[in-house]
Structure formats: structure tokens, C-alpha cells
Design a protein around this ligand. Structure first.
Ligand SMILES: *Cc1c(COP(=O)(O)O)cnc(C)c1O
Length: 223
């Protein structure tokens, strides 16, 4: 199966209102270009250095989503071009994204990442942290960001019932934030959840963005 066959097959299996982020981490620019040639424009990367290196080598109409843990001091490298940062997990980070976006004369779309998995290692906010962050007076001054929704990663397990409960939890968090903080903000509408192994369940539970790597590009090789 070629990359374009894989993309076609996945696109046939997801509803039209769900966006597909092709996660191209570890893949060389030439491989990303193959997906681009097949008509795909939305890609995801999880490392600043890798994204900064790939971005200038690829067409400028690609929309890049940053999906990895982001350190405040690295925001400046991606702020001039990144379309969405899906992994916002602190007010400090949000303030820096706003600052760098303003410098570039841009508005950067952001998702709030929530910790929904059992694994300790996965980053993200809990409800209490999110409430503190969104209730902070500093929020009202952030005019160069658009908070567009939430993102989460489920536990890495074959137990799809367990994964479904975690996705349902993220959906509930989204509904709570929407009604409490974003009821008059139409752009707050995205739920990014689901990867190669669990995206059909994520869509059943309300995902509007799925992030898929290995099903499109094949298994990743780490050196
Ligand atoms: C790598 C990654 C994905 C894609 O994983 P696959 O299992 O290859 O589909 C999705 N989201 C995040 C945050 C990732 O780091």
C-alpha cells in the first residue's frame, strides 16, 4: 500500500466533519511530500527542531499542527508559521505563544491538552488546573491566540472499552469548558483525540480531529 492509498482508505473511513492530521514525525521531508502530492495539507509534528527543519523544505500551504510537549523557550521557532499548537498545558506557555504570535502579526490556534490516560508520563492539564488557568485575569489580554478546543491521548492499551471511557472523559471536559468559559466563542469547537490504534472509537465519542501517523506512513524507526 502506498501513502496515497493509505490516506484514501482512512479518509473514506472518517466522516467529513473530522479533520485528519497526518503525523509525520520521524519521516523525512520527501515522504511528507508524497502525502502532499496525494492532496494532503494537514500535518502534525511533535518536536520543535524537527518541525523547524522540515517546514522550509516543504510547500508553504501546508498547515502544521504542533502536537508534542512544548517548552516556553522554543515557541519562537515555530510561531511564525505554525497553524495550531495542540499541546498547551500551562498559562505560562499560553502567554509566551501569545507574545510570539503578536510579534509575527499572527493569531495562533491553540488546544488545551488534558491528561486523560492512566500513564503518569503523558502531559496535560486536569480540570482544576484548567479552571485556574482560564479564571486568571491575564487570560483577557491574550489577543493573539485562539483557544479552539481540547486535545488528549488515551492510555496505550488494547482494551478499547477503557480507551472509550477516557475519550468520553475528554468529551465531558470539552462540554464543561464550552458551557463555562467559551459559550460565546464559536471557534471553541475542536476535540482532538484518536491515533492509528484507536481513532474509530475516538470518532464515535465525538472527535473532530484525529492524529494518525503509522497507519499512513508505516511504522516509525527510532535511531
Ligand atoms: C505520534 C503521535 C500520534 C500518532 O501516533 P500513531 O500511533 O502513529 O498514529 C498522535 N498524537 C501524538 C501526540 C503523537 O505524538
Amino acid at each position: 500500500m502506498s501513502i496515497s492509498d493509505n490516506l484514501l482508505k482512512i479518509k473514506e473511513s472518517i466522516p467529513e466533519h473530522v479533520a485528519l492530521v497526518a503525523v509525520s514525525k520521524t519521516m523525512p521531508a520527501s515522504v511528507v511530500h508524497e502525502a502532499y502530492e496525494a492532496g494532503h495539507r494537514l500535518f502534525g509534528e511533535n518536536k520543535v527542531q524537527e518541525l523547524s527543519a522540515k517546514h522550509p523544505r516543504l510547500p508553504s500551504d501546508i498547515q502544521w499542527h504542533f502536537i508534542g510537549h512544548l517548552q516556553t523557550n522554543k515557541v519562537k521557532y515555530i510561531a511564525p508559521f505554525v497553524h495550531m499548537i495542540e499541546s498547551v498545558d500551562s498559562l505560562k506557555l499560553l502567554i509566551e505563544i501569545n507574545r510570539q504570535a503578536a510579534k509575527s502579526g499572527r493569531i495562533i490556534n491553540c488546544l488545551l491538552q488534558f491528561h486523560i490516560a492512566e500513564e503518569e508520563s503523558k502531559f496535560g492539564l486536569n480540570r482544576k488546573e484548567a479552571a485556574l488557568m482560564l479564571g486568571d485575569p491575564a487570560m483577557s489580554e491574550l489577543n493573539s491566540i485562539n483557544i479552539a478546543g481540547v486535545m488528549g491521548m488515551a492510555t496505550f492499551t488494547d482494551d478499547m472499552e477503557h480507551v472509550r471511557q477516557e475519550f468520553r472523559n475528554l468529551r465531558n471536559i470539552f462540554d464543561w469548558l464550552k458551557s463555562t468559559y467559551f459559550s460565546d466563542h464559536a471557534a471553541f469547537r475542536e476535540i482532538s483525540m484518536g491515533m492509528s490504534g484507536d481513532y474509530p472509537v475516538a470518532i464515535e465519542e465525538g472527535a473532530t480531529i484525529v492524529r494518525i501517523g503509522s497507519l499512513i506512513f508505516g511504522e516509525r524507526q527510532y535511531h
